[in-house]
Design a protein around this ligand. Sequence first.
Ligand code: G2I
Length: 351
Amino acid sequence: MRTTHIRSAAFATATVLLLGGLASAPAATADSGGKTQTLHDLARDQGRYFGSAVDNPELADTPYADLLGSEFGQTTPGNGMKWYATEPQRGVFDFTAGDEIVRYAQSKGLKVRGHTLLWHSQLPDWLNNGTWSADELRSILRNHITKVVKHYRGKVFAWDVANEIMNEDGTYRENIFYKTLGPGYIADALRWARAADPKVKLYLNDYNVEGTGAKSDAYYALIKQLKADRVPIDGFGMQAHLALQYGFPYQMRQNIQRFADLRVDVAITELDIRMFLPADEAKLAQQADWYGQVTDACLAVKRCVGITLWGYSDRHSWIPGFFEGEGAALPWDENLRRKPAYDAIRKALTD
Ligand code: G2I
């Protein structure tokens, strides 16, 4: 994933104007009570959840938070449970942001995925800037995982224990943990998380692993080895930050299936499908087709447990700030109007 940190408000405005004319009419699938079924209702009928991430400031956007609460059955904090937020000073824990999202989720009946215990990004300065011996860093990591997992015990159903630990070529990413502790930190992290909460589902999570290729092969080999070593691992999260210009991930359904065959769950954890702006009818149609395909791929494999959008509307999306000139990645536009992608997801969940 390219990470050009260029923000632009102009793109957002342009997309609002453009998509205003292209948004689709609300689809009406009524259940026996005459109430329109939500995406989550339809997913639940298939034994899955349908969710969306949310970042804390977005909860103050009442129309956005209301639709999140009514349409979805699951949420993931976009930033609120990351290390910089939960342990801003060594040994000093702050659960304010994560708790706010858990409280909101509970009030709306949404279940929560925890994201994330360990990542190379958004670490607090004290951790990044310190010089740590292996013993010190191991104890820091163990304490962090233990405290955070215990705090959210019974409140989150799954944790992204380790996020983005592989390079594109399938070698281990040289994050601070790998450099100091070697690859064994991954099994340790999983074991500490299990010790802190015997029930929560423990995931590895990454992007560019939806299709087959060097990176997903590396996860396949790692999870197989972890299983053989009796290390607790319950799931594999495919972020699915897709982009029209890169093509649909090769053999996504088969790839989900091979992880399921290792006896782990699979979740689509951060789905969005970006495009170069301006959006037009053809791009939105292709995007809709891809949203349908991702949904189909998940539904085709029993152990694919659910789908989470990384935010559900173009009003709050990380894309324009990270990828210059790209956006319009979500099934609802900036005005919270449904795009063709919404209908395609519905159709896939209904067929
Ligand atoms: O980058 C997209 C996602 C890729 N997979 C892991 C996810 O955790 C990640 O989420 C994003 C958040 O959605 C963004 O909101 O992670 C970004 C950081 O890599 C988050 O962006 C950061 C901004 O870069 C900061 O300027 C800002 O202070 O969010 C921070 C909190 O709002």
